[in-house]
Every structure is written in structure tokens, then in C-alpha cells.
Design a protein around this ligand. Structure first.
Ligand code: CFM
Length: 537
């Protein structure tokens, strides 16, 4: 029995049938392999996913510091998404609403008789107290169930208060994970915000950074480098981003796409609407940062930008050289497991490789097949009912702002050798007997630790302490355990330092993993349905 079969072995026939296609072993031949992804989790398995509302409100819209994001629903959803993601914001313009929790706090009578009145009252109070220029309403499950017309309320708010107001029907139950919420947020931003500013596309080296949420200050570090080289960063989606800036995102000449999963929809739509090309960059990892900076420079093909790019790379490398060598020596030969949401499990493998750490197992909570296998599989992905529930927005070219940054010949030449309009996915960087698990759960995490015994396991708060109790150091790659930034050159050293400290702390000598001292529980996971239950299944 190989490792994959040993993980699946404990499952009942019914659960096995579901999970077998979500767990793949990667060898060096026959890539890419197919994996089942973006489908419903098995009820009862403890998975790490979030909901649609989390993806829309928490992930994509939450970091916009000058926007009041109002949760329409009972207080729990607003409360539990209050400041729980570490997207940092500076708000030099004085408008920072990120530290507040805005919610309509629906009560039973609102559920029974409708919540629109309360929503209007909340907007009135927001306008009077905070004077924002933009309000975004995010719906939670009960709002969709009782049918409040939040778009009509948003329209009313725009007419009554002359503010921008956008409603997102991102009820938690939509789709199968937070991924659906990303898509809904992308659609809303595209429909109502991007292109609504007055700026004209007349800047030469103007870029947007898409899918950079400034966790632990990563966005600031990426922006610092880009500005040093000579780029103008028009807007960032959405880490330390603002309504003020993203409404003018259409004037950029190139979109740099960091997180493919959460925001590739906007990248594609901006290409159709404004002819802005996008390039898949990755500022996590030293070699990847260098590759990304060079590819962006190649796009603009300007002697000054090319020279500055090399100068910045050389000076950043020089600054970190000593630390880089130190940590590489300490960490080379170590092994890792890495499980994050929908893009970091790939990005951080590159950073780990910079320090000689091999990734043995990796996976995502909610990625789609293209994030694993590469964008070439997109035409083969069958849209199921859950996906069809999410609006597939189509956009048309906008003649006011449609502009050409490079000619076709240069575009075609670049497409050959760079990640222009392409993402290769995670699999191609793996292989060699490694295992990938989609929508991993607690049982599978325990089993992976037992079978692979990695020196460190990167994941999130939901499983961090379970991992540590097994005697394996765990670092959170969602919040960076309050450290960071981890992006670019200096960030790589921060990451190596934190990894080094985690692995080498003597605390691990005091812990004996459970499988060394007592037999693990026998039995099957996901029992067959008992009589009577089957009809409801
Ligand atoms: Fe993109 Fe993210 Fe991620 Fe994501 Fe996230 Fe995050 Fe993440 Mo947590 S947008 S897919 S929904 S890189 S919050 S900043 S760390 S799961 S891997």
C-alpha cells in the first residue's frame, strides 16, 4: 500500500468514493495529473474551508480601507469576520474603517418581517457618523433565504445620500467554499467600481497589483520594490487598497497577478474591457521575485526599466546575502508539508526551495483544477450546479479606455517565454512521489503527519495546535503568526528566520507524537447511512 492508499484506507466505501479523486500522488512522468477540486465537502469531515461570505467580505472587499463594508445579517458573521485576517492598512488619506465591525445585527422580527428597513437605517447611521464615499453591503445566509432586495436598497442609498453603494449577494451557502465569494466580489468590483474614476490612461509604466492582500505587510514590500524600479502602482487589489484608487485601475498598462485563485476573474475581464494584459507574477521566494521582476521589465521593454530592475535585484540580493547563506545552511535537507487556501501552497514551495527545504505534501482548501494543473485545463472543467449559481459576468470593450500598451508582435514573443496570461499551476513544480490533497481535513492532516513526518507543517489556525500536539512545528501561512512581511527579498529572510526558530526550538523534545506511544483508534470514518437516514441523504 502506498501513502495515498494508506490515507484513504480508513474511509468507508462512500467516503472513499468521494475522497479518492481529491488525493493524488505525483510522479515525474505523466504530468499533469487530474485532481477533483472545487466540489462539495463531505458532511461530517472537519475541513478548513470558509464560506462564500468569508471570501467576498473577508478576503476581497475587507482590505479596502476607505470603504465601509456592512454585513447584513445576524451579528455572528460580522463579529467573527471582524479583524480576523491580517490585511494591514495605512490609510494616509485619513479614512480607515477597517478596524470597525459594521453589521445590521438582524433579530428575529427582521427575519420574519424582512430586514430592508433595518439595512436602510444602518446606512443612514453610517453616512451620518462616518461620511464614507463608498459603502458595500454583504449579505449573509438568512438574507438570501428571506429575500431582502439589497440591490434596491443600494440604489436607494446612492440616490438618497450620493454615495457609491454596492450590494453583494454573497450568502454563505452559495458555491462550495469562499472561492464563490471571490467570484461574486470580482463581479461587483468590475460592474460598479473599476473604470468609474475620471483618470485617463496616459502613464507609461503604470501597473495594478491584483491578488495581493498585504498580509503581514507583503503588499508594502512588493510595492516598495516596484516603485524603486520606476513603476507607478495605480492600485492594489485589495491589500491596503482603496475605493479612491481602484476606481482608476483601468488606466494601468499591466496587471500583475499574485493570487490567481481569488482574482483572475478581474484580470480576464480587464483584458476584455480595457485591453490591459496580465502577467502571473509571484513575489514569494527569492528566485520567483527575480523571475517576476524580469518578466514585468520584459513586458515594458524599456532600457531604463531593464537597467533599474537589475540594479534593484543586485542591491537587494547583496543586502540579504549573509542571512540567506546562514539560513540555507541550517535548513537545507529539511522537509515540509504545506496547506493553505488557494494559491500560497504553490508560492511558498518556491520560497522553501530557496532554502533547500523540500515539500513532501501540499494541498489547497478551495483551489480549482487550474490552480493545480495549469490554465490549459480550463476548457475541460465541467461547471456543476454550484458553480452555475454564481453569475458568469461577460464584459464588452469600453471604447473610452480601451488602450494598447504593447504591439501584437511583442505580445506574441512574450507569451512564448513568460507567464503572460498564463498560470502553470502547482503540480508542475512537484512530482517525485509527493502527495497533493484537495480540501484536506483533520483526519487526513493527522495521517499525513504520521506517514511523512515533515520537519515543519505550514497551515492555519484551525489545525495549528493539533499539528503541534503531534510534535511537528506549525507555522500559519494565512496570518504568518503575527510576523512578516514574507514577500520579496527581505521577506524571504523573515520567513527563513521564523522557520528556523520553529524547527530548532528545543520544545519539540518534550513531545511524543501519539502514534509512538499508543495505538490509534480503530474503526472506519464516515459510517454508512443508518436505516431511515438514506432517504434524506
Ligand atoms: Fe489568495 Fe489569499 Fe490564498 Fe485566498 Fe485566503 Fe489569505 Fe489563503 Mo487565508 S486570497 S487564495 S481566500 S492568497 S485569506 S491572503 S491566506 S486562505 S492561500
Amino acid at each position: 500500500m502506498n501513502e495515498r492508499e494508506r490515507i484513504l484506507d480508513k474511509y468507508s466505501a462512500r467516503v472513499f468514493k468521494n475522497r479518492k479523486d481529491h488525493i493524488v500522488e505525483l510522479d515525474d512522468s505523466g504530468m499533469p495529473k487530474q485532481i477533483a477540486a472545487n466540489s462539495r465537502s463531505v458532511p461530517g469531515l472537519m475541513v478548513n474551508r470558509g464560506c462564500c461570505y468569508a471570501g467576498c467580505k473577508g478576503v476581497v472587499l475587507g482590505p479596502l480601507h476607505d470603504v465601509v463594508v456592512l454585513t447584513h445579517g445576524p451579528i455572528g458573521c460580522g463579529y467573527y469576520s471582524w479583524g480576523t485576517r491580517r490585511n494591514k492598512g495605512r490609510a494616509e488619506d485619513g479614512r480607515n474603517f477597517m478596524q470597525y465591525c459594521f453589521s445590521t445585527d438582524m433579530q428575529e422580527p427582521d427575519i420574519v418581517f424582512g430586514g430592508e428597513k433595518k439595512l436602510k437605517q444602518a446606512i443612514k447611521e453610517i453616512v451620518e457618523i462616518f461620511h464614507p464615499e463608498c459603502i458595500m453591503i454583504c449579505s449573509t445566509c438568512p438574507v438570501g433565504l428571506i429575500g431582502d432586495d439589497t440591490s434596491a436598497v443600494a440604489k436607494w442609498a446612492e440616490e438618497t445620500y450620493k454615495v457609491k453603494c454596492v450590494a453583494y449577494s454573497c450568502e454563505g451557502y452559495k458555491g462550495v467554499s469562499q472561492s464563490a465569494g471571490h467570484h461574486i466580489a470580482n463581479n461587483g468590483l468590475m460592474k460598479h467600481i473599476i473604470g468609474s474614476g475620471e483618470a485617463k490612461p496616459d502613464k507609461k509604466f503604470a501597473v495594478n497589483i491584483l491578488g495581493e492582500y498585504n498580509i503581514g505587510g507583503d503588499g508594502w514590500e512588493s510595492e516598495r520594490l516596484l516603485k524603486l524600479i520606476g513603476y507607478e502602482v495605480i492600485s492594489v487589489f485589495t491589500g491596503d487598497g482603496s475605493y479612491e484608487k481602484i476606481k482608476n485601475a483601468h488606466v494601468a498598462n499591466l496587471n500583475l497577478l499574485q493570487c490567481h485563485r481569488s482574482i483572475s476573474y478581474i484580470a480576464e475581464m480587464m483584458k476584455t474591457k480595457y485591453n490591459i494584459d496580465w502577467i502571473k507574477i509571484n513575489f514569494i521566494g527569492i528566485d520567483e521575485t527575480i523571475r517576476s521582476l524580469r518578466e514585468v521589465a520584459a513586458y515594458f521593454n524599456d532600457p531604463g526599466i531593464n537597467a533599474r530592475t537589475e540594479e534593484v535585484i543586485a542591491s537587494e540580493l547583496e543586502e540579504i546575502e549573509e542571512d540567506r547563506e546562514y539560513y540555507r545552511e541550517k535548513l537545507t535537507g529539511k522537509t515540509a508539508g504545506i496547506f493553505v487556501g488557494g494559491s500560497r501552497s504553490h508560492h511558498y514551495q518556491n520560497l522553501l526551495a530557496d532554502f533547500g527545504i523540500k515539500t513532501l505534501v501540499a494541498g489547497y482548501e478551495f483551489a480549482h483544477r487550474d490552480d493545480y494543473e495549469g490554465r490549459e485545463v480550463i476548457p475541460d472543467i465541467k461547471l456543476d450546479a454550484d458553480t452555475k449559481n454564481i453569475e458568469q459576468l461577460t464584459v464588452e470593450p469600453d471604447n473610452r479606455y480601451y488602450h494598447l500598451a504593447i504591439d501584437k508582435e511583442h505580445f506574441d514573443a512574450l507569451k512564448e517565454k513568460t507567464d503572460l496570461e498564463y498560470y502553470a499551476g502547482m503540480f508542475k513544480d512537484m512530482g517525485d512521489g509527493t502527495i497533493t490533497v484537495d480540501d484536506f481535513n483533520h483526519y487526513e492532516t493527522e495521517k499525513l503527519l504520521e506517514l511523512f513526518k515533515p520537519d515543519i507543517f505550514y497551515s492555519g489556525i484551525k489545525d495549528k495546535y493539533m499539528i503541534q500536539k503531534s510534535g511537528t512545528p506549525s507555522r500559519q501561512l494565512h496570518s504568518y503568526d503575527y510576523s512578516g512581511p514574507y514577500a520579496c527579498f527581505k521577506g524571504a529572510i523573515n520567513f527563513a528566520r521564523d522557520t528556523y526558530m520553529s524547527i530548532f526550538t528545543p520544545a519539540w523534545n518534550y513531545i511524543t507524537p501519539p502514534w509512538y506511544s499508543k495505538p490509534t483508534l480503530e474503526g472506519r470514518i464516515g459510517a454508512e447511512a443508518i436505516a431511515g437516514g438514506e432517504q434524506n441523504a
